[in-house]
Structure formats: structure tokens, C-alpha cells
Design a protein around this ligand. Sequence first.
Ligand code: KG4
Length: 340
Amino acid sequence: MPDIILGIESSCDDTSAAVISDRYLLSNVIASQEVHRAFGGVVPELASRAHELNIVPVVSEALSRAGVKPSELTAIAFTRGPGLLGSLLVGTSFAKALSISLDVPIVMVNHLQGHVLANFVRQADKPVCEPSFPYLCLLVSGGNSQIVKVSSPLEFEILGQTIDDAVGEAFDKCSKMMGLGYPGGPVIDRLAAQGDPERFHFAKPHIPGLDYSFSGVKTSLLYFVRDELARDPEFMEKNKADICASFQKCLIDILMDKLIKASAQTGIREITIGGGVSANSGLRRRITEEGGRRGWKTYLPEFKFTTDNAAMIAIAGYFHYLNGERAPLDVAPVSRIADF
Ligand code: KG4
């Protein structure tokens, strides 16, 4: 009998449920919350209310698309944290309630483990393409910028991480500052494709070791745009594509510099990326090119597994389930988790 796991993800502004049978994906449903767009960022209170509205239909849709009856579930994996507490509470409470009603165990998952294990979600109609252990994962999202060494599905070590903003935050805040909209990453990515990445230069940080910093480059862009607009009020409109291309290149240079160092220091050449920013086309191209030059084996998850989704929670939960882990029913969500 296969183990059938229902995954539930509600850490930020996506309500998602997925069903896997052993490692194979049967369904992955994501309800994104449009309500935040007008505010230029996620409004925590609105996010938890939207999760409350979405969770029942999203879970039923995932079960129905998978062709799985609730009584057939082996376990329920849910995101315990990190994330927005109100949002996490909805998924956690729902998982507990379903577990009691079906008499199946719950397994708690660290959201970040989900991102770094996303490559292990298998799809019946696609070839299996999974990194060997140990591998390095560049985890880049709205809340994280980390290089993680993954030695097994249950063993993680953070080699470097941001000391201030996450790279996704830099994309989002700078997009807002330039009046380009939210979320900023996809907008900047699209505009960058039409621009010259060598036209403008922004200050890069000098942080020791494998840690990152993105607050300085954000400030550098802010002053640059302010000064240029003072000279020519049309500057932004006339140069948007080049500014985006140059800014994106600067962020990618920063990310790649430490990833290359991490690979050289550890001797690990199996490289994956995860998190929302790993959808960035410039970053994907650079990792593939650098990888080709340096003899890396690179694994780029499909777009649907890069942003928040329950398939990655289900697969991470599956490994914990196999390891005999079960969460108690009084488990509480946590907004911050210091490590993996
Ligand atoms: O992993 P994610 O969906 O949510 C969390 O942060 O937990 O990541 C969202 C982040 C946002 O900052 C968004 O701007 C960024 O991922 N993002 C991108 C792209 N698509 C999404 N950043 C750069 N290029 C993209 N194509």
C-alpha cells in the first residue's frame, strides 16, 4: 500500500493543498490571494482571513483532483513555520481538525525544508530528476536568502544567509519604489529581459564568509533614481528596462558570488535553487551557464514548485513520516525558526 500524504501550506499569502502517493504527485492546488495587490505587500490580517475562506475548498479540490477519499489518507503534513502567525494558525488548526476526524497522524514541516526538497516531488509523466546528497540549495524568497547544505532529506546546514533584507524583499521594495507594482520580482524580471544589464552600476556589499546583504544595494538604487529624477523627471519612464536589467544583474552577481564560493569551499557540485526568486529567468540562466563552466550538476525546479506550494510540504512531510515523526495535537505554529 502506498503512503498517501495530504500537504497543507498556509505560511504567507497562498493557500495550497497537495496529495502525493509515496513520492508521486497526484494534485497540487494553489489559491493565491489577490487582495494584497492594492496594498503593495502582504497584509497579515487579510491573509489569515483569506486562508479561512480558502482552506476548505482548496483541500477538497486537491483530494478530488487526486481521486483520493479522505479515509485513504495515511498522514497530513502541514507547515508549522516560519511565516505569518495568523496564516499558519489556519493551516495548522485545519490539519489538526482533519486528523482528529479521520484518525490519521499529523506531521509538521518547516516551510524552508519544503523549498529545499522541492526537487524530490515526482510526476508520473516526467523523468525523475533529483540531486544526489550532499547538495547545495540556494534558497531565495521574499523572506530568505540562504545557502543550505543538504546531506539527506532530514539533515540541513545553513552555510550562509542574509544579515538584513532577503533578495525577494529587495526586488519587491525596489519595484514599489520605482512605481512598477507588486510583487516586484516578476515585473523586474519581465522588464529586465528588454534592457541592458551593463548600463548602470549599483554598490555591491562586502560581507565576509558566505553571508549576504541586500539592504545596501536597495539604498544605492534609491539614491540613484532620486538623483536622476531630479535632473530629468522622465528618467524612470525612459530607462525602466535598463534600470531593471542592471539592478537584477547586480542582485544575481551577489547571489552567484557566494554560491560559487560555497561550492569551492565544500567541494559540492550538485546545485539546486528554491523559493520564489528561483523563478527569476536571469538567475536560472546564470546558474545554468556558471554550472556548465564549473562542472556543476544543476537542478532547477519547475516554476509551479518554486513559489509557495503544498506539494513541497507533502514531500518534506513524507520523509519525516518515514522517519517515524508524528506531531502532537497541541502543536502550535511558530512564526520564526532559527535554523532548519
Ligand atoms: O517563496 P515565495 O513565493 O514566498 C515567500 O517569500 O515565502 O517568494 C516570493 C518572492 C517575492 O519577493 C517575489 O517578488 C519573488 O519571490 N519572485 C521573483 C520572481 N517571481 C517571484 N523574484 C524575481 N524574479 C521572479 N520571476
